[in-house]
Design a protein around this ligand. Structure first.
Ligand code: XMP
Length: 516
């Protein structure tokens, strides 16, 4: 399938470049900026994008691409740092600006260029750079400037190499998608071959080739990702070979286990194993307050319980499957450059036990190439119930990262009740489907209140509701004041341990969606 390869130098928006290109219908794949191209290049790669970066080209450990990238004879587009990298690597000069160019800036063309087909002169672009091109490299030419007279678009006369200083992937850039479309379709000549059906055909074939007649175990949570993964496995392999295991960690939402059982049974699973391990999880979490430590403990325990239970059940599965998404891999620092930071270690990606299996080639992650909305589209295509497809994401460590600080049974029960009321209210008000993710967080503080004539010392509960496309960035959902007031009253009236409700009004970035 025609592919645009993106080399990631650590920019916050690299993901968006990949997303936008897939939205155009062209397959895109992100690799670490320093990826060995001899290993990742195939005939299908029609163009390369060099991403932005928090680094400067003159930093001592600035990320560099495999130098063969410049002799590939396929189109290359540098974005921000990517452009500076190109110019620096070809003998030009990049220098630091006295004042960072940040935010909106108009772009003026010196000549017409295929990259800007359909875009008018003076369009608004989004800038975020502290360096600029002081001197272009031999053979390169500046073909557009920003309103501040800084080079905005540089092109090589003979080689198919060009670069832009602004970020077309960010929605603030007018016609940004058109620019990426011009690059992918017109300049690289890539065909629009990326869609759910093509993917489905490919992935089914891959799964059946890899697993063959061996048995496979999928840890399911009842969420969209693992449910879609389950349907995929059940349709690509013989159902007798597929074992679905659901481990109730005690950190799931109210009534979740029963709902998941009904759902998984309806999928035609022949081997469904529901394990209650809540005591073990709560015991392991006793006294633990650090979020990453909690994630590690929960993640490892999931794998350990799964290992013990499969042994007890006498199942001998050669393969382990997981519903890991592309974004899980990226946020866990996998699939991105060496300097990428681990934002949160999504337990299914970084658990040492899974890592060991992954190294042996025994982990199948059929969704690890997909973004959340692509998984939802796949779920719809596979005929999953709308309610399942539209379920809000729920983190693997569950309520473990929504009870800030130490997790106790009492706090779990309080949070389950409050969350149940919140979600029920959102559904009843027709708001649930407008929101990407909504949940409650139990804070490790108590505050004073009154109940009747007596003083009450209750927990503080935070409500969270965000809108997002893929969880990489998120905006706060703008509830009406009436909805917030009513929901707050319902919670404090029903859950006596909660004395105060607050609404989290932070977007991502700088906050993250979860509180831990
Ligand atoms: P953050 O909080 O990083 O969340 O903005 C982005 C998305 O990822 C989910 N999330 C997790 N999912 N294990 C998971 O499986 C985790 O440890 C984890 N932490 C966050 C979060 O719910 C949101 O959808």
């Amino acid at each position: 399938m025609d592919t645009i390869l993106i080399l990631d130098f650590g920019s916050q928006t690299t993901q968006l470049i990949g997303r936008r290109i897939r939205d155009i219908g062209v397959y895109s794949k992100i690799y670490p900026g320093d990826a060995d191209l001899s290993r990742v290049l195939t005939q299908d790669v029609k163009g390369v994008i060099l991403s932005g970066s928090p680094s400067s080209v003159y930093d001592q450990d600035a990320p560099e691409p495999d130098e063969s990238v410049y002799s590939l004879n396929i189109p290359i587009l540098g974005i921000c740092y990517g452009l500076q990298r190109i110019i620096h690597d070809h003998g030009g000069k990049v220098s630091s600006l006295e004042k960072k160019e940040y935010g909106r800036a108009k772009i003026h063309f010196m000549e017409s260029q295929a990259l800007f087909n359909g875009i008018s002169d003076g369009f608004i672009s989004w800038m975020s750079h502290g360096d600029t091109i002081e001197r272009v490299a031999p053979g390169f030419r500046i073909a557009a400037y920003t309103e501040n007279n800084l080079p905005a678009f540089i092109v090589h006369d003979e080689k198919k190499i060009s670069g832009i200083q602004f970020h077309p992937e960010v929605t603030h850039t007018q016609g940004g998608c058109r620019i990426l479309e011009n690059f992918s379709l017109k300049i690289c000549g890539a065909k629009k071959e990326w869609n759910v059906e093509t993917y489905l055909g490919q992935i089914r074939k891959q799964i059946s080739n890899r697993v063959g007649k061996k048995e496979i175990l999928l840890l399911t949570s009842g969420g969209v990702d693992s449910t879609v993964a389950a349907v995929l496995l059940l349709s690509a392999l013989r159902p007798q070979k597929v074992h679905l295991m659901y481990i109730d960690s005690g950190l799931m939402r109210k009534m979740e286990t029963e709902e998941v059982r009904t759902l998984l049974e309806s999928l035609g699973a022949e081997h469904l194993h529901i394990i209650n391990a809540s005591e073990r999880f709560l015991k392991a979490l006793r006294g633990v307050t650090d979020p990453e430590e909690k994630r590690r403990i929960i993640g490892d325990l999931f794998i350990r319980v799964q290992d013990e239970e499969t042994r007890k059940l006498g199942i001998n599965c050669a393969y382990l499957a997981q519903g890991t998404l592309y974004t899980d891999m990226i946020e866990s620092g996998k699939g991105v450059g060496k300097k990428a930071q681990v934002i949160k270690s999504h337990h299914n990606v970084r658990s040492p036990l899974v890592e060991e299996k992954r190294e042996q080639g025994l982990v199948i992650e059929p969704l690890s190439d997909l973004y959340k909305d692509e998984v939802r589209a796949l779920g719809r295509h596979l005929g999953l119930p709308t309610e399942t497809v539209k379920r809000h994401p729920f983190p693997g460590p569950g309520l473990g990262v929504r009870i800030l600080g130490e997790v106790t049974r009492e706090k779990c029960e309080i949070l389950k009740e409050a969350d149940f009321i919140y979600i029920h209210e959102l559904k009843r008000r027709g708001l649930y489907d407008q929101i990407w993710q909504a949940f409650t967080v139990l804070l490790p503080v108590r505050s004073v209140g009154v109940s009747g004539d007596s003083r009450r010392y209750g927990y503080v509960l935070a409500l969270r509701a965000v809108i997002s496309k893929d969880g990489m960035t998120a905006d706060v959902y703008p509830f009406s004041a009436g909805d917030l007031l009513e929901i707050s009253a319902k919670i404090t009236n029903s859950v006596k341990e909660i004395g105060r409700v607050v609404y989290d009004i932070s977007s991502k970035p700088p906050a993250t969606i979860e509180w831990e």
